[in-house]
Design a protein around this ligand. Structure first.
Ligand SMILES: NC(=O)c1ccc[n+]([C@@H]2O[C@H](COP(=O)([O-])OP(=O)(O)OC[C@H]3O[C@@H](n4cnc5c(N)ncnc54)[C@H](O)[C@@H]3O)[C@@H](O)[C@H]2O)c1
Length: 431
């Protein structure tokens, strides 16, 4: 089959799936499939709440389908529409459960959807972040069951992890070098060619799918562990009575020092993927201590920030019970509406345990999502007349660069800077 004859379905139209469907839609016939009907309706209206997609590109891909029928993008939540597809790309979430174990439910459900229309010669490429071995050990059995088709005889798989970074408008999908792999050398060639046909900076072909799966989990685990070391440094510096960022600046003058910063580690990737790697290691009888101790340190930072703010308030003679504290930012990172696994809510909860009234303001977050996921009401605007005993600058959204911290400092509020972006002369503490 020629590459041009590939009819692609992207399964799961979130932060990862939608940009991919758009890029492929410019060159191939693509169905963007999502079980969430409201998401499909939103995309059909030309809107995208994740703010990740190139809406002009989306319109071009939609128009290309209307004019040629041979290339271009359509959206659907009906599995029947996948009948003509011969190449599936799975981009559904891979979260953890409340015991921090991988929750493969969306991945396996998506595989069950594919089984219904899987045909001889089809290729199923997984992009969702998993642990090494997941595609062959967990997904392939689902694809084989009920389809009557045999893996690597009748149908084939690929694995190509995504590396996009929400909110980052520089390192976008087509500019990132992508890892590719396939279940046979021939299929690896096809998967590689398919991605190369939309990427500007090419691919790295991994020797097999397990290596590609491991590479993604390791990229994010490495970042998590490096940040955890800086978070541990922050806990030590606090006890010593010195500023962590001063230490990092000084140490950073050595040629081989890596300038990671301490911080809250939330989101759908860095705070989750290490648990996938740890789960695999444990299933093979190895207890991964570095990975999990990094996770434990990073998970403790929200409580440290809350407790430190309260200590600073006491030093300024503020009463704790019924005090008002303003938190700036609730998303898991700056200039992005994504609130998944945000650790800012842990700060708010810890403060509320002390009887403090916490207001949260975030111009990027969707108030309905924050209410639904965390039970917290966001402030629509900051009341300029309300007195706050402390301001915690949690997320460095561009809007907060002009925030009037000085006014609150003059009112004797504690200013705590989590992201190291507030004028240093105005802050009482920073991470
Ligand atoms: N967000 C990122 O920055 C990022 C970066 C790299 C890799 N990843 C990985 O990519 C995967 C997807 O992440 P995301 O952030 O795009 O998730 P997301 O939550 O933004 O989107 C997932 C979409 O999949 C849909 N979905 C869920 N179950 C489905 C099913 N059974 N069938 C069809 N659609 C289904 C949801 O409705 C949703 O629209 C995850 O494994 C994640 O770890 C994410």
């Amino acid at each position: 089959m020629n590459l041009q004859d590939r009819q692609i379905a992207v399964i799961g139209l979130g932060y990862v799936g939608l940009p991919l469907a758009i890029e492929y839609g410019k060159k191939y016939r693509v169905i963007g499939f999502d079980i969430f009907k409201a998401r499909v309706e939103e995309l059909e209206r030309g809107e995208d709440h994740t703010l990740e997609a190139d809406l002009v590109g989306m319109q071009q891909a939609r128009d290309a389908f209307r004019s040629t029928g041979k290339i271009g993008l359509t959206f659907s939540s009906d599995p029947e529409d996948l009948k003509q597809v011969n190449t599936y790309i799975v981009t559904v979430p891979t979260p953890i459960d409340r015991f921090n174990n991988p929750d493969l439910t969306p991945l396996l459900k998506a595989s069950e959807t594919i089984v219904k229309t899987l045909n001889r010669g089809d290729i199923v490429i997984y992009e969702s972040t998993v642990y090494p071995g997941c595609t062959e050990e967990d997904c392939v059995p689902v694809l084989e069951k009920n389809s009557g088709l045999k893996f690597n005889v009748d149908f084939f798989c690929g694995y190509s992890p995504e590396r996009i970074n929400p909110g980052d408008k520089v390192n976008t999908l087509t500019k990132i070098k992508k890892i590719t792999s396939g279940s046979t050398p021939e299929v690896a060639d096809i998967v590689d060619a398919l991605y190369n046909s939309i990427l500007l900076n090419g691919t790295h072909r991994a020797p097999n799918m397990k290596v590609a799966e491991a590479a993604k989990a390791v990229e994010n685990s490495q970042r998590d562990v490096n940040i955890s070391f800086m978070n541990e440094l922050a806990l030590i510096c606090d006890r010593v009575g010195i500023d962590t960022n001063d230490v990092i600046e000084a140490a950073g003058t050595k040629w081989n020092f890596l300038k990671y910063r301490p911080g809250l580690v939330g989101g759908h990737c860095i705070s989750v993927d290490p648990y996938y790697l740890a789960h695999k290691a444990r299933s093979l009888g190895y207890d991964p201590q570095v990975i999990l101790s990094g996770r434990a340190v990073n998970n403790s930072i929200a409580k440290f920030i809350a407790d430190k703010t309260l200590k600073l308030m006491i030093q300024k003679d503020h009463k704790i019970k019924n005090a008002n504290i303003l938190i700036l930012g609730v998303t898991f990172k700056e200039n992005c509406p994504d609130c998944r696994n945000t650790k800012v809510v842990d700060i708010a909860n810890e403060l509320e345990d002390f009887g403090v009234n916490v207001d949260i303001y975030d111009p990027w977050a969707n108030p309905a999502v924050v209410k639904h996921e965390y039970g917290k009401n966001l402030l629509p605007v900051i009341d300029p007349n309300k007195q706050y005993s402390a301001i915690i600058a949690c997320v460095s959204h561009k809007e907060f660069y002009n925030f009037d911290f000085k006014k609150y400092q003059e009112q004797d509020a504690v200013i705590f800077d989590v992201k190291n972006f507030v004028d240093r002369s105005l802050v009482d503490g920073r991470l």
